[in-house]
Ligand binder design. Sequence first.
Ligand code: HEM
Ligand SMILES: *[C@@H]1O[C@H](CO)[C@@H](O)[C@H](O)[C@H]1NC(C)=O
Ligand SMILES: *[C@@H]1O[C@H](CO)[C@@H](O)[C@H](O)[C@H]1NC(C)=O
Ligand SMILES: *[C@@H]1O[C@H](CO)[C@@H](O)[C@H](O)[C@H]1NC(C)=O
Ligand SMILES: *[C@@H]1O[C@H](CO)[C@@H](O)[C@H](O)[C@H]1NC(C)=O
Length: 486
Amino acid sequence: MMWTIFLFGFAVLLYFALTHRSRSKTEPPLDKGFIPWLGHALEFGKDASKFLNRMKQKHGNIFTVHVVGRYVTVLLDPHSYDAVIGDSDSLDFTRYAQVLMDRIFNLQLPHHQPVKEKAIMKQHFFGMNLTSLNNAMSTHLKALLKAEIPSNRKDWKEEGLFNLSYGFLFKAGYLTLFGGEQNNNSTDPSSVYEEYRKFDGLLTKMARGTLKSAERRTAHSVRHRLCELLAPAGLSEDSGSSPWLHAYRRLLQEEGADEEMQKKAILMQLWATQGNVGPAAFWLLGHLLTHPDALTAVKREFSRISQMETSETALLDRLVNTPVFDSALEETLRLTAAPFITREVLKEKTLHMADGQEYLLRKGDRVCLFPFISPQMDPEIYHEPQKFKYNRFLNEDGSPKIDFYKGGRQLKYYTMPWGAGTNGCVGKQFAINTIRQFVYMLLTNYDLELCDPNAQLPEVNTGRYGFGMLQPEGDLLVRCKPRNAL
Ligand code: HEM
Ligand SMILES: *[C@@H]1O[C@H](CO)[C@@H](O)[C@H](O)[C@H]1NC(C)=O
Ligand SMILES: *[C@@H]1O[C@H](CO)[C@@H](O)[C@H](O)[C@H]1NC(C)=O
Ligand SMILES: *[C@@H]1O[C@H](CO)[C@@H](O)[C@H](O)[C@H]1NC(C)=O
Ligand SMILES: *[C@@H]1O[C@H](CO)[C@@H](O)[C@H](O)[C@H]1NC(C)=O
């Protein structure tokens, strides 16, 4: 009896200790949820977009929620985003990135030098070096397409569009950046892809720490197999890896990372470089196939290029403009790119909102932007935001449209699929070139159509909000064969 009372008292004390935080007048509205410690974690994990929309209805454009022992201030006013993105002094990108590195990849780099890492990446993904990456990517894509859909094939190949897009782009990207010693069975890109997809399926749960015990075992063994497959990547000059990966390996060695850590770091780079491109190409092709007017417009633009003598180099080097394709891609990313932009508050900061309000951010909290809700799906900015309109980012005269408004003021950030500021995506141009190349090859050299002409795009997997490109629940069946096969 004594013990029961004691334990009960203890539980009550613990409850108040964990949830006692109260809001001061200068802080954003606080919403702790009913469950101690976990706070809003369950609702957040199930469908973050729905949850944050509900909080926005309740509290407005800024509020603080309690999630698994942490307080996260969510900011949803795009006019005020610069106050967060521009302040790398009080708000830190690296710490939260390291938390995720540890949870997903079990990676702890002893003398991590993120600034140097980024500088190496910039050196290799811009300018002339980008051109040679584009060329390598194009060669691999062509070879893979030919191998899986030979030009003398007369019948249709049926497949899920998501698996098809992700598969081709992952394998071509893997060969381009990681080498992969094509002749060695154990590092065959298809087996890396298959293992990677299993890993990817568990990734959001790893990041949230919500794996069930059977899932945890699977996650660990898949991660281990992937690390073994990646073991030779970037080590020797003849492994076929890119100069970037060699430079990255050297940096890891310089930092004193042992072999195990190096493999995990390479796996993390596989995720950073391959995890978003395939899903983005899927949504783009899926939207085109379910919107015949958009497909016709993109094909018309491509056919003008294919009539040029140097069509391919022109496309690779961005010597030709493709405003229609660019608009269709931008529209796709508006609808399906949903990253959180998260920063950790290193020292107390007053956040100045565009409307003149000021809020105090507490040291140790996190700040999170979710551009998917606003600007990307904001009905005040985009008429019928749920709809795919391939020419939304085109002016009447065919030039790119870049002026969008909220509250009568022009927006600096009208979509943010790549993040922004110093921590924005380094691979943006490479990713765009890759997707453009892939879609061009498919639409000019192959017949691609829906198996069921009335099929709709699959639903979104709502557990993936916050993790970059969304992924579908299920797939969209398409069929494909070489064009002009007699
Ligand atoms: C459609 C494809 C892609 C999308 C939508 C995408 C999106 C993003 C986003 C949202 C961020 C985080 C920004 C932030 O937190 O502030 C990011 C970071 C990054 N991305 Fe991408 N990305 C894509 C493809 C790529 C590719 C192909 C590469 C590799 C070449 C790449 C390399 C990186 C790197 C290295 C970072 C980390 C930047 C840092 O440490 O500050 N991404 N990307
Ligand atoms: C390309 O990469 C090399 C290192 O491999 C570097 O020395 C060079 O400066 C880079 N070129 C450009 C244009 O960034
Ligand atoms: C997914 O694609 C791979 C090739 O990239 C193929 O081997 C596999 O059978 C496909 N899976 C499904 C379910 O279509
Ligand atoms: C790959 O494996 C297959 C059978 O599993 C074998 O026939 C082939 O010779 C192997 N290729 C190489 C390059 O090891
Ligand atoms: C293939 O890769 C494995 C794993 O890294 C390695 O142990 C093996 O020696 C390689 N085989 C050949 C023929 O290169």
